[in-house]
Design a protein around this ligand. Structure first.
Ligand SMILES: [Zn+2]
Length: 264
C-alpha cells in the first residue's frame, strides 16, 4: 500500500547498570520509563505512546530539537505521570552499545534529577525553550556526571566521540560572508563550553584545550559567558536544593541577559 506504510518504532528494554538506574527512577516516581528508537516524524504503533509522540512531534520546535539531538527525555504528565519517555533519534543515536549506554545514562540522569524533585526551568516553546534547556543543562549535567561515575556508567568515550565531530566541524574554513549564529545555537554553545570545561580533564580528552580555544576564537561572547558560569558553578554545591534553586535563577538571568544582546 503506497504511502500507507506504518513504520514501527523500536521499544528498547534496558539492562545492566542503566537498567538498574531506570528501575530506581521508576520506583521513585511510580511511573514506567519507555525507551524508543525512532526517526523524527515516525510514530510508535501502540497507544498511549503513539498519542504522546504525535502531540510532541507536531510541535515544530520540539521536532527541530529532536532532529538535531541524539536523544530527548520527557515526562509528559510531570514526575507522577504513568509514563516517562526517552526518545532516541534513530538517525543520530549511536549503534555501538557502549556509546549508547552513555547516552541512555545521560537521559536517565535528566529523569533522575526531576524524580528527586530538584527545581527545573519550565519548558516553553520557541526561543524561551532554548533558554530553559541551556539553563537546566548547565546545572543538571554537573550532578548527572557525578551520579554516572558513582554508578560506574561509562559516559566519557561517547561524549568525546561527539566532541571530535564538533571539533572537526569547527576546523572547516569559515564562509566568506559572515553568518549570524542563531541565539539558540549560541546558548547551546555555552552549555557545550561548560560540559567540556567542567566535565572533562586533559587525560579524558587530549584535544580539550584546543577545542576550548577554537570555540573561544570563533565565538568570543560564548567563551566569556562560559568562563563566568564555569567559575561560579565550580564553587557551589548543586546537590543542595536551595543552592540549586538559587543557581538556576542566577544562570537563567545571566543567559537571558546574554541572549537579548545577541541579534538574531
Ligand atoms: Zn542533557
Amino acid at each position: 500500500m503506497l504511502g500507507g506504510v506504518l513504520l514501527l518504532a523500536q521499544i528498547l528494554s534496558l539492562t545492566g547498570l542503566v537498567g538498574d538506574w531506570a528501575a530506581d527512577i521508576e520506583r521513585l516516581t511510580q511511573s514506567k520509563i519507555i525507551v524508543m528508537r525512532l526517526s523524527p516524524g515516525e510514530l510508535p504503533a501502540d497507544e498511549p505512546h503513539r498519542s504522546v509522540a504525535r502531540k510532541h512531534f507536531s510541535d515544530p520546535v520540539f521536532l527541530q530539537m529532536f532532529s538535531a539531538a541524539q536523544a530527548l527525555s520527557l515526562n509528559p504528565n510531570g514526575p507522577a505521570g504513568p509514563f516517562q519517555y526517552i526518545f532516541l533519534n534513530a538517525k543520530l543515536a549511536p549503534q555501538d552499545q557502549g556509546a549508547l549506554n552513555g547516552l541512555l545514562g545521560h537521559e536517565l540522569g535528566h529523569l533522575w534529577i526531576r524524580a528527586l524533585g530538584y527545581p527545573t526551568p519550565r519548558y516553553a516553546t520557541g526561543e524561551a525553550g532554548c533558554l530553559s534547556v541551556a539553563t537546566g543543562d548547565a546545572l543538571q549535567h554537573i550532578l548527572m556526571r557525578g551520579e554516572m561515575d558513582r554508578r560506574g556508567i561509562e559516559w566519557r568515550s561517547g561524549s568525546v566521540n561527539q566532541l571530535e565531530l564538533a571539533l572537526a566541524k569547527m576546523k572547516e574554513p569559515l564562509p566568506k560572508e559572515p553568518v549570524k549564529t542563531p541565539r539558540c545555537q549560541m546558548l547551546a554553545q555555552i552549555s557545550l563550553w561548560l560540559d567540556v570545561d567542567l566535565g572533562l580533564k586533559e587525560k579524558d580528552w587530549s584535544h580539550r584545550e584546543e577545542f576550548l580555544q577554537l570555540l573561544g576564537k570563533r565565538f568570543p561572547a560564548v567563551a566569556e559567558q562560559g568562563r563566568i558560569l564555569s567559575k561560579e558553578l565550580a564553587e557551589v554545591n548543586l546537590a543542595d536544593k536551595d543552592v540549586h534553586r538559587r543557581e538556576l535563577q542566577r544562570v537563567f538571568t545571566q543567559l537571558k541577559g546574554f541572549a537579548v544582546t545577541q541579534v538574531n
